[in-house]
Design a protein around this ligand. Structure first.
Ligand SMILES: Nc1nc2c(ncn2[C@@H]2O[C@H](COP(=O)(O)OP(=O)(O)OP(=O)(O)O)[C@@H](O)[C@H]2O)c(=O)[nH]1
Length: 332
């Protein structure tokens, strides 16, 4: 990152679609440095009027389901018909390994060198809240830069799906054809987020299994839907490796978007997402300040110990920690 940052220059570079500026702008919004925070917000304010037109799609599935292969294939299909495709990722687990797993350029060989695509690995800093914030703000940068399809990838475990579902219009779940036990393999909560499901690897000897798995899953999904739901998530089959079924997956995602638009739900959903997002940032900030508060840090270990020993109730310990949080942080 250069030492001096000219926000107007950055904004112009992004709006002109210059890759170097896009990359720098994303690095700025991902930064956790306090002095970058205000600069990033100023940049986002400049860019926001130029956003809103993109299709925002979340893509999830367990490790090995073929997410990178699928995104590489779908993204290439889309750039082939004139779309500009951005790939972002939310993978808080990458903080543990110190490097990003998702969105790794080497995993999407064709998109990584496609001039109409931009692949950005998951930010590797901090909590799920921090990673989700950075990704959400990177979406603003990508949309302002003219990318009209934004794919946000996430792993099929933990809470990151919910975070991604809260920043996209449509959520696509990739699954595998494990007949019989497949429903156990997919968490119900994740299934409930899905607007479209596709069974990947429907090729070679697995093609037939995939079809029957799709039927079984479609039946189960119908049970999760209220009878008057405006949208029933379809269960499709595809092969990311052989490029089959991808056009149907895309068509159904487009159809989902059209249904949302026609009912006015798209605007409502995006507005609600912004409000939820505001409160989730407040919660994250409050929690971070609570944990960093000197009195809380001083009292914390002792109170934890007493709760463990059973000499203090959890309620009283919580009361004391919250009371400590009210003490001035500077000790004055
Ligand atoms: N037969 C078949 N294999 C596929 C298909 N898509 C992906 N694979 C293979 O499945 C394996 C996993 O694919 P990835 O794209 O790396 O899967 P992923 O979900 O991104 O995996 P993680 O990186 O672990 O999250 C690779 O060996 C792929 O070649 C497909 O449509 N058919």
């Amino acid at each position: 990152m250069p030492r001096t940052i000219d926000i107007e220059e950055y904004a112009k570079g992004v709006l002109d679609g210059k890759r170097a500026y896009i990359a720098r702008a994303i690095t700025l919004v991902e930064s956790t440095r306090p002095d970058h925070h205000d600069l990033a917000q100023r940049l986002l304010v400049e860019l926001l009027p130029h956003t809103g037109g993109a299709r925002r799609i979340g893509i999830s599935g367990v490790p090995g389901v073929g997410k990178s292969t699928f995104i590489d294939a779908l993204g290439t299909m889309l750039t082939g018909v004139g779309h500009k495709v951005a790939v972002l990722a939310v993978d808080p687990s990458s903080t543990r390994t110190g490097g990003s797993i998702l969105g790794d350029k080497t995993r999407m060989e064709r998109l990584a060198v496609d001039p109409d695509a931009f692949v950005r690995p998951s930010p590797s800093a901090g909590t799920l809240g921090g990673v989700a914030r950075a990704t959400r703000e990177s979406m603003v940068v990508m949309e302002a830069a003219g990318y009209d399809v934004v794919l946000v990838e996430t792993v099929g475990v933990g809470q990151s799906e919910t975070a991604v579902a809260n920043m996209v219009d449509s959520f696509l779940l990739l699954s595998l054809a494990r007949t019989g036990d497949q429903l156990q393999g997919i968490k119900k909560g994740v299934l409930e987020l899905a607007d479209v499901v596709t069974i990947n690897k429907a090729d070679g000897p697995h093609a037939r299994d995939a079809k029957s798995a799709a039927r079984e899953l479609a039946g189960a999904l119908r049970l999760l839907q209220p009878p008057d739901a405006p949208w029933n998530p379809p269960v499709l089959t595809c092969s990311a490796r052989e490029y089959t079924g991808l056009d149907v997956v895309w068509e159904r995602l487009e159809q989902h978007r059209r249904v949302l638009e026609a009912t006015g739900a798209l605007h409502a959903k995006r507005r609600d997402q912004q409000v939820d997002w505001t409160w989730s940032m407040v919660r994250d900030q409050l929690l971070a300040r609570l944990h960093a508060h000197p009195e809380v840090r001083r009292l914390g270990p002792e109170l934890e110990q007493r709760v463990r020993e059973g000499t203090l109730t959890a309620t009283l310990a919580a009361d004391q920690l919250l009371e400590a949080f009210r003490a001035p942080a500077d000790g004055g």
